[in-house]
Design a protein around this ligand. Structure first.
Ligand SMILES: *[C@@H]1O[C@H](CO)[C@@H](O)[C@H](O)[C@H]1NC(C)=O
Ligand SMILES: *[C@@H]1O[C@H](CO)[C@@H](O)[C@H](O)[C@H]1NC(C)=O
Ligand SMILES: *[C@@H]1O[C@H](CO)[C@@H](O)[C@H](O)[C@H]1NC(C)=O
Ligand SMILES: *[C@@H]1O[C@H](CO)[C@@H](O)[C@H](O)[C@H]1NC(C)=O
Ligand SMILES: *[C@@H]1O[C@H](CO)[C@@H](O)[C@H](O)[C@H]1NC(C)=O
Ligand SMILES: *[C@@H]1O[C@H](CO)[C@@H](O)[C@H](O)[C@H]1NC(C)=O
Length: 425
């Protein structure tokens, strides 16, 4: 009954149905094979009904705790990169001097760029994401708009926690905000604060948002493995818990360094438990999807003239993104990691377990960006400014939608428990 009822809604909520289907498949696997062959239908509905006390997915759609705005799960997935040098000029560059300086490799390569007629700005900064869901465009992060949305959501601090790609997101945010409004602790460039001027003018009542970035422990590995320990050190714990009632926005990830899906699953569980065990249900936790690598990215020669810069066009569509099965760094496994993560987060939220985990799905939009890697040596990380800035635009847009969604549901300032934004797969 339950299953049939939900399936009837498949036309409008395909993703939901896929997930329901997944849930049913898992229940089926757990049911005994005898029951399966004899009473498959009953086994299906009874295991869903008996083993899972949480509301069915179909009910969550109607639940006031689910997001109303479909862009929260549709945006950033199906779209194109369109060249726009006005965008590059107005939003695509970092103010100099940078808040966080480039390393030697970046200075020698992307940093050596000199403008020319067909490239007044580096090509990699000239692409603007146009979503095919025309009502779900990604808005551009500016200090003013970002500050407003953080205030509306009552966010007091921002934590980035994850691998080098999340580190790049932090660096990109600091450089995008610029030195007038982003200050670093002189002893630690991953410890910063964003200054939100009230009414656009600096003054004594500026809002200060501490921003802290920590990479998953580089020096501690799991016994007898090469896997890093997923744990919060005292700095991260302290940063989260400075005040027990404040809301922290935490952007976190793992993924790119895993070679075995079971290890990934295990460590994702560890990461989620770490956050859950902080008992901070008011926080906003956003898992950022693992971003794709591009085999054989250009330019391939170390003699490339970086003064001239690249003229590479992003891929036109997701189907053009290719990765060899059995890739040497296991980049072919990333889609599976992301798919698993989406499923686990949704299940967690669906069961009403706190805290709510949101999912920032940057995979598809980034899959098209083979043009902006730290090539030729590194086809996973990106040069900056570049595609990673779009993760921050996307994060800002997501938060902005979430704040409006809260209002829609009469939750005003969103001081209450953050919303469960279900996602289609
Ligand atoms: C987005 O990526 C997923 C794989 O992660 C793929 O299955 C899907 O077709 C992509 N969607 C679009 C619209 O490109
Ligand atoms: C992506 O958008 C295009 C253009 O609107 C549409 O034709 C296509 O079906 C969409 N793809 C998916 C997987 O939704
Ligand atoms: C960051 O720096 C400030 C001083 O600038 C210090 O008070 C704070 O404890 C530091 N935070 C972390 C997490 O290290
Ligand atoms: C690590 O390997 C050693 C030697 O094989 C073994 O004695 C030890 O129990 C292992 N430790 C763990 C935690 O598996
Ligand atoms: C979270 O709550 C649990 C159960 O009440 C408790 O055991 C745990 O120590 C708490 N964690 C923190 C970080 O306060
Ligand atoms: C996505 O994850 C679900 C749940 O783990 C699994 O059943 C499904 O086969 C996965 N799909 C892909 C394409 O990996």
């Amino acid at each position: 009954m339950l299953v049939r009822f939900s399936m009837g809604k498949c036309n409008t909520t395909r993703g939901l149905c896929l997930l329901l289907f997944i849930a049913v498949v898992i229940s089926l696997v757990m049911a005994s094979s005898a029951a399966l062959s004899k009473h498959a239908d009953e086994a299906m509905s009874s295991s869903v009904l008996v083993k899972d006390q949480s509301p069915p997915l179909s009910a969550i759609r109607k639940n006031s705790d689910a997001c109303q705005d479909a862009c929260l799960w549709k945006s950033g997935i199906n779209g194109s990169w369109v060249q726009d040098f006005d965008f590059a000029r107005d939003h695509g560059q970092f103010e100099k001097p940078l808040v966080i300086k480039d390393g030697p490799f970046q200075r020698r390569t992307a940093g050596a760029f000199q403008p020319s007629e067909d490239a007044p700005f580096p090509w990699r900064t000239s692409w603007r994401w146009v979503d095919h869901e025309s009502d779900c465009q990604v808005d551009i992060l500016t200090l003013d708009k970002f500050c407003k949305v953080l205030q509306k959501l009552n966010v007091q601090r921002i934590l980035f926690f994850g691998d080098s790609l999340t580190d790049a997101m932090y660096t990109g945010l600091a450089n995008k905000i610029g030195h007038a409004n982003f200050r670093l602790n002189p002893d630690n460039q991953r410890n910063g604060s964003m200054i939100c001027p009230v009414g656009g003018v600096h003054g004594a009542d500026d809002r200060i948002i501490p921003v802290f970035d920590k990479k998953v422990s580089a020096d501690k590995v799991r016994p007898n493995t090469t896997r890093k320990m997923i744990e919060f050190d005292h700095e991260v714990r302290h940063f989260l818990d400075i005040s027990p009632a404040d809301r922290v926005l935490a952007v976190f990830n793992i993924g790119a360094h895993y070679h075995d899906v079971n290890h990934y699953r295990q460590d994702l569980g560890v990461m989620l438990n770490l956050l859950s065990n902080m008992n901070r249900s008011q926080d906003l936790y956003i898992f950022r999807a693992t971003s794709p690598g591009h085999e054989g990215c250009l330019p391939r020669t170390r003699k490339f003239d970086w003064k001239v810069g690249t003229r590479i066009v992003p891929l036109a569509k997701f189907e053009d993104y290719k990765v060899t099965v059995g890739h040497q760094h296991d980049w072919d496994k990333f889609e599976g990691y992301n798919n698993y993560t989406k499923y686990v987060l949704l299940e967690h939220n669906r069961k009403g377990l706190g805290p709510i985990y949101h999912y920032l799905d940057i995979f598809n939009m980034t899959a098209l960006r083979h043009d902006a890697h730290a090539a030729p040596a590194d086809c996973l990380h990106f040069q900056a400014p570049g595609p990673v800035d779009w993760w921050n635009h996307f994060l800002f847009t997501y938060l902005s939608r979430l704040s409006k969604d809260g209002q829609l549901r009469g939750k005003g300032s969103m001081r209450e428990i953050p919303t469960n934004c279900r996602r289609s797969s």
